[in-house]
Design a binder for this molecule. Structure first.
Ligand SMILES: Cc1cc2nc3c(=O)[nH]c(=O)nc-3n(C[C@H](O)[C@H](O)[C@H](O)COP(=O)(O)OP(=O)(O)OC[C@H]3O[C@@H](n4cnc5c(N)ncnc54)[C@H](O)[C@@H]3O)c2cc1C
Length: 171
């Protein structure tokens, strides 16, 4: 079995329909798609400006919680970080004899860890949708190692849009 990530602008000819994706894959790897009759695909549950988790004892972490980086499709950091927080919230709720309080405890700790970062990530994704801004970001990263590090931290961890990055974009 193979699990393959595929990035595509929604404006691409053929869009993200099954037929469009198969046609483009056939162009990239001729002869592969006739065997792909049982292939399935789905959109990644990309994170947005605000994250939420209902009250109660059921806790969602990682991809299941809609925590996937909107620019890169990456989610390992979120999955590990929220998995740890979910485990702690569940253990504390059980220890206190109030399992139904797990949701509220978990929501609060995830928002403390990721709330600000998710707002910055959502803003970065919006900005990067403009090719001019994306190119300016690349140039800023090339000029300044620390701006590069900041962008990597946004793309892989829980970094924020720093003054260094913003200054680099404006220049
Ligand atoms: C091709 C590809 C490349 C990627 N590259 C990167 C990368 O470079 N960096 C990065 O950060 N992220 C990357 N990602 C994303 C990353 O893999 C996911 O965000 C991350 O694995 C999510 O972890 P998770 O624990 O939330 O979910 P998963 O890793 O999907 O784990 C969920 C588990 O639940 C199991 N499961 C599902 N249903 C049931 C059920 N009913 N009963 C029991 N078990 C069930 C599944 O089999 C699976 O093992 C990539 C994803 C893909 C597909």
């Amino acid at each position: 079995m193979a699990n393959i990530g595929y990035g595509e602008f929604e404006t691409t000819e053929g869009g993200t329909s099954r037929a469009g994706l198969l046609a483009r894959l056939e162009r990239l790897l001729p002869g592969t798609t006739p065997a792909g009759t049982t292939w399935r695909g789905h959109h990644l549950p990309l994170s947005s400006w605000r994250w939420t988790q209902p009250d109660g004892p059921v806790l969602l972490a990682g991809d299941a919680a809609g925590l996937v980086k909107p620019m890169t499709g990456k989610g390992i950091y979120y999955a590990v970080a929220t998995g740890v927080l979910a485990g702690r919230a569940a253990a504390e709720a059980v220890r206190d004899g109030r399992p139904e309080s797990a949701g509220a405890r978990y929501r609060s700790t995830v928002r403390t860890l990721l709330g600000r970062h998710l707002r910055h990530t959502a803003t970065t994704a919006r900005l990067a949708a403009a090719p001019m801004v994306l190119a300016a970001g690349m140039r800023a990263a090339r000029r300044n190692q620390r701006a590069f590090d900041d962008l990597v931290e946004i793309g892989l961890g829980r970094g924020l849009l720093t003054r260094r990055v913003l200054t680099g974009l404006v220049r």
